[in-house]
Write a protein that binds this ligand. Structure first.
Ligand code: ASP
Ligand code: MG
Length: 410
């Protein structure tokens, strides 16, 4: 994981530390601001936080399916929309939510200001559609907070320092905006408000007995997010980890405590071996022959393909990558002129847990469980806290249920 591109974020000024300890960044996802009523209730939540004495920075996503609708609109006009113009278009969704939330806050008798990513000082590189934040120049945010305003920042977007163009951060990018801002303003916590109560031991829609987790380490959450848990964007967790920003993933629709995510400590290592089973129904698996590994993965990196599992056997290289990266991967492979094939009938089931580090036998139990269920796992990869099995997409649900039960996660 590269985190170096992020080092430019300024630390909190020491003389301000006391005062800013009371700063909170609250991020609301698309379903949380899905309609005008929900937006108004988000405004009430922000006002309540302000009235409790906190300095409030809010990051909001686009309302409901706005981003998808905008992407759809672009494709109706152009088969391959010019990336710069696409970013101009899809950055609009978050601006709408911000402005509306600010209006609602005024009606509740408080002052607010909505800012675009650029106005908020979110500086990025120039990779349209997948930009990375390289700096946060939070002067305007601090000024507004000093004037007692609730600051609303349009998520998912920034401005390129080189081209001065509007950029977007990739799907789910509002999470990254929120965490980057929390790091930049020295917020005590970055609260991620969403339509679920927190992070679960498995997708509750698949496993009725799934449990909400109280506490996770950054590493666990990172593995879970990159293995298919959709509750937070992977990039955002990387930023949280490298800047030690505590996260609280919780529901927009109630006041219950959600899942806390922070630096690993003793308490986390004492708990269960496995924290959760995550899955993704599809991941493209490529098989390449006649390629030099360095050249192949160099080309994929240049094409911004997010490679996951890699296996090398004999003259063959097998790797997996997200379905949405397929067009980029295909162009890169074609340009290299190597022999390649892709299959899209596999999904992935991953067991994640910090306790795995010091306990042998997790792999054995995983294989035994899948075997007993008659599920084939042609590609398996591990990290110190994860075992990921590629299994046929049609068997993903069964594999999740079997493993959740075998490891007693209920
Ligand atoms: N609206 C953007 C998306 O749908 C960003 C976000 O919601 O975080 O991906
Ligand atoms: Mg999201």
């Amino acid at each position: 994981m590269t985190t170096t591109d992020y080092e430019a974020i300024p630390a909190v000024a020491a003389d301000d530390a006391g005062r800013r300890a009371g700063t909170v960044v609250m991020k609301f996802g698309g379903t949380s601001v899905g309609d005008p009523e929900k937006l108004k209730s988000v405004a009430r939540r922000l006002v309540a936080a302000r009235e409790s004495g906190a300095r409030v920075v809010a990051v909001v996503s686009a309302m409901g399916s706005t981003t998808d609708d905008l992407l759809d609109l672009a494709r109706q006009v152009s088969p391959r929309p010019e990336p710069r113009e696409l970013d101009m278009l899809i950055s609009v969704g978050e601006r709408i939510s911000c402005a509306l939330a600010a209006m609602a806050i005024y009606d509740l008798g408080h002052e607010a200001i909505s800012l675009t990513g650029s106005q908020a000082g979110i500086v990025t590189d120039t990779v349209h559609g997948k930009a990375k934040i390289v700096d946060v120049r939070a002067r305007r945010i601090h000024e507004a907070l000093d004037q007692d305003k609730i600051v609303l920042v349009a998520g998912f977007q920034g401005v390129s320092a080189d081209s001065f163009d509007v950029t977007t951060l990739g799907r789910g990018g509002s999470d990254t905006t929120a965490v980057a801002l929390a790091a930049a303003v020295g917020a005590g916590v970055c609260e991620i408000y969403t339509d679920v109560d927190g992070v679960y031991t498995a997708d509750p829609r698949l496993v009725a007995a799934a449990r909400k987790l109280e506490l996770l380490s950054f590493e666990e959450m990172l593995e879970m997010a990159s293995s298919g848990a959709r509750v937070m964007a992977t990039r955002a967790i990387e930023v949280a980890r490298s800047h030690n920003v505590r996260l609280h993933v919780r529901s927009t629709f109630n006041d219950a405590d959600g899942t806390w995510i922070r630096e690993e400590d003793e308490k986390m290592l004492e708990k269960a071996l496995i924290s959760g089973v995550v899955h993704q129904r599809e991941e493209t698996v490529y098989r390449v022959s006649g390629a030099r590994a360095a050249q192949l993965f160099g080309a994929l990196a240049d094409a911004n393909v997010n490679v996951d599992t890699i296996l090398r056997t004999g003259g063959e290289i097998v790797f997996s990558a997200p379905v949405e990266d397929r067009p980029d991967a295909e162009s890169a492979l074609d340009a290299l002129g190597v022999d390649w094939a892709a299959r899209d009938d596999l999904g992935k089931v991953s067991l994640v847990g910090a306790g795995m580090k010091s306990h042998p036998g997790v792999a054995a139990k995983t294989f035994a469980t899948l075997e007993a269920a008659g599920i084939d796992a042609p590609v398996v990869s591990t990290s110190p806290i994860k075992i990921a099995c590629h299994v046929p997409s049609v068997d993903v649900d069964r594999a999740v249920r079997a493993l959740h039960e075998a490891f007693d996660l209920a």
